[in-house]
Design a protein around this ligand. Structure first.
Ligand SMILES: C[S@@+](CC[C@H](N)C(=O)[O-])C[C@H]1O[C@@H](n2cnc3c(N)ncnc32)[C@H](O)[C@@H]1O
Length: 287
């Protein structure tokens, strides 16, 4: 359990630096090895309202420059989580985790998980199966990295199950704190009826980032999102008393990000609870 006076102090002090700025410019002002978690979802170069479609070579070049700067500011015990889907060209898909993997390996980062994020809503495809997952590449800078499993455990399927033989016969066989959430995460994406929906076409669900913040950082650590949009990563970081850093090129997104930070600090921001099941058979509640 964290020291409650420390939590109270961090709640007041947790620092937010969120700017309308290009991410290279923003990151160049950050000190070497100062960020404990870099979590982001970059544009996919598919012509969304916040991006101009460019050649795939140029896109990879821009990603390489951003990743190089991110690696520079990453703490030796820190993690980078790059959340991506597919680039699509003439109906052919190019999964961006495959495309970008070598850019991280060029910096000798180590892949710890390729997390599959699955969700229920999206385009209904006519000439291929409808896409209902994206991925998160989780890399660390070294073998000695922060990983806290207990704060992100989820309820076990059979919590009452006991060992039926051996020295532990009669004792509970599963961890009373719950089980490892695995590398497949079923979390609703933020569509129009989602409680967190703001004026952005591709928001992170806050619960997805919370799981990364709680497992990959400690109280008072610093979390950076170089493509912060409407500030979902900052909300997840500040909610758990970590410092939040981030930037976006679009001023209207940054204004919303700050509004959400103020609402969080006033205790008025609604977010979907991190481990809320997608379908609860008792309440018949869906998402
Ligand atoms: C997929 S969205 C991220 C949304 C974010 N995860 C959220 O929850 O709101 C990508 C964002 O990157 C921003 N962006 C694109 N190029 C950028 C750059 N060079 N520097 C900073 N932000 C950039 C876009 O404006 C867009 O909001």
């Amino acid at each position: 359990m964290p020291d409650t006076s420390l939590v109270a102090r961090l709640q007041r002090d947790a620092h937010a630096e969120i700017k309308c700025q290009d991410n290279l410019k923003f990151m160049r002002k950050l000190e070497d090895e100062s960020m404990h978690l870099i979590v982001t979802s970059p544009p996919y170069n598919i012509g969304k309202e916040y991006e101009e479609k460019i050649s795939q070579e140029k896109y990879i070049e821009e990603q390489a420059a951003c990743i190089a700067e991110a690696v520079r500011v990453l703490h030796p015990k820190g993690s980078i989580c790059w959340q991506v889907g597919n680039h699509v060209q003439n109906g052919e898909i190019f999964p961006l985790d495959i495309v970008l993997y070598t850019l991280f390996k060029n910096h000798r980062l180590q892949l710890r998980n390729r997390i599959v994020w699955t969700f229920g809503h999206g385009l209904h495809c006519q000439k291929r199966f409808s896409g209902r997952h994206e991925t998160i590449l989780w890399f660390t800078k070294s073998d000695e990295y922060t990983f806290n499993l207990d704060p992100v455990r989820i309820p076990s399927k059979y919590p009452e199950k006991k060992h039926f033989k051996g020295p532990n016969k009669g004792k509970l066989s599963s961890n009373p704190l719950g089980k490892n959430p695995s590398d497949v995460w079923d979390i609703p994406n933020v569509k129009s009826n989602h409680v967190e929906k703001a004026d952005h076409p591709c928001q992170f669900p806050v619960g997805l980032v919370e799981r990364l913040v709680l497992s990959l950082t400690n109280l008072g650590d610093s979390v950076l999102d170089p493509y912060i949009g409407v500030g979902s990563s900052a909300i997840a970081a500040l909610k758990h008393h970590r410092n939040a850093y981030g930037c976006d090129l679009d001023k209207s997104y940054i204004d919303i990000a700050w509004e959400r930070v103020h609402q969080l600090r006033a205790g008025e921001l609604r977010t979907r609870p991190m481990n809320k099941p997608v379908y609860d058979p008792n309440t018949k509640e869906i998402e």
